[in-house]
Design a binder for this molecule. Structure first.
Ligand SMILES: C[S@@+](CC[C@H](N)C(=O)[O-])C[C@H]1O[C@@H](n2cnc3c(N)ncnc32)[C@H](O)[C@@H]1O
Length: 242
């Protein structure tokens, strides 16, 4: 009895690991998230049971995984990015272990670094940022004093709707208004959109950007223009306002 928690990567289906793809191709049950590309779901065998978890609450997902795991089926739980980076993979692993089911965790390429990279932004860069902080930006109930004092890069997940509050919080806590800032939507996909600006203006500049989106704040964003989009063509929509 075993369930594999597999990271699908940040969006471009080519960014899944070899191990993750092999497990999908051999699975009997595939439970997948909304952010997972349809190309990867299509890799499952034709007779596999496919479960789109959109609209199913977390407790039900846990129950499904336990039930299918107990049947001894080859179950893949496919998640966007990396299962253990804001992916609730840890919670699912604990539930499965408690139920006596073995868990294999197959790491994925998290959007944390891959999405900024696709926009030409390295999250760390010698002389500009020696550290990077990953932040859950969903409800913007954050320790802005601590974040504003960080000398490194700030990367906010799930922060698109809270962006005006995040920017205002950082400014009020003393972060310089001219700090470079970017919002990258649909990163690593052909419909990727990038908006770069400064902290004081990013909320207005990126107001119309779709989701999923990642917010990057810090001096490394100033490299976006020089480095440019990643080697693959990840969408032309970019507004460089810095
Ligand atoms: C539930 S979290 C999952 C993160 C995922 N486990 C990872 O490691 O990337 C979803 C958030 O990740 C970010 N995200 C994931 N994929 C993205 C993409 N292709 N472009 C921009 N942001 C993305 C967004 O902030 C989105 O709201």
């Amino acid at each position: 009895m075993s369930v594999a928690l597999v990271g699908a990567g940040p969006g471009d289906p080519d960014l899944i690991t070899c191990r993750g793809l092999r497990l999908i191709q051999q699975c009997q049950v595939l439970v997948y998230d909304r952010l997972v590309g349809p190309e990867l779901v299509a890799e499952a065998p034709l007779d596999a049971i496919l479960v789109d978890r959109d609209g199913i609450d977390q407790d039900e997902v846990n129950d499904l995984l336990v039930d299918y795991g107990r049947l001894g089926l080859r179950v893949v739980r496919l998640k966007g990015g990396d299962p253990f980076v804001f992916g609730r993979g840890g919670e699912e692993a604990l539930v499965l272990r408690d139920a006596g089911i073995e868990v294999e965790v197959v790491s994925g390429v998290s959007s944390f670094a891959a999405v900024p990279a696709a926009a030409g932004i390295p999250v760390t860069h010698r002389g500009l940022a020696q550290e990077a902080t990953i932040v859950m930006g969903h409800d913007a109930d954050l320790d802005f004093a601590r974040l504003a004092a960080s000398p490194g890069t700030l990367v906010f997940f799930m922060g698109a709707r809270s962006l005006p509050c995040i920017a205002a919080g950082l400014l009020a806590a003393g972060k310089h208004p001219d700090t470079p800032a970017a919002v990258i939507a649909n990163g690593t996909r052909s419909d990727q959109e990038v908006v770069t600006s400064v902290l004081a203006e990013i909320a207005e500049a990126a107001a119309a950007v779709p989701t999923p989106a990642l917010i990057v704040i810090g001096e490394v964003v100033s490299l976006a223009g020089a480095i440019g989009p990643a080697q693959r063509h990840y969408g032309a929509a970019a507004r460089l306002l810095v």
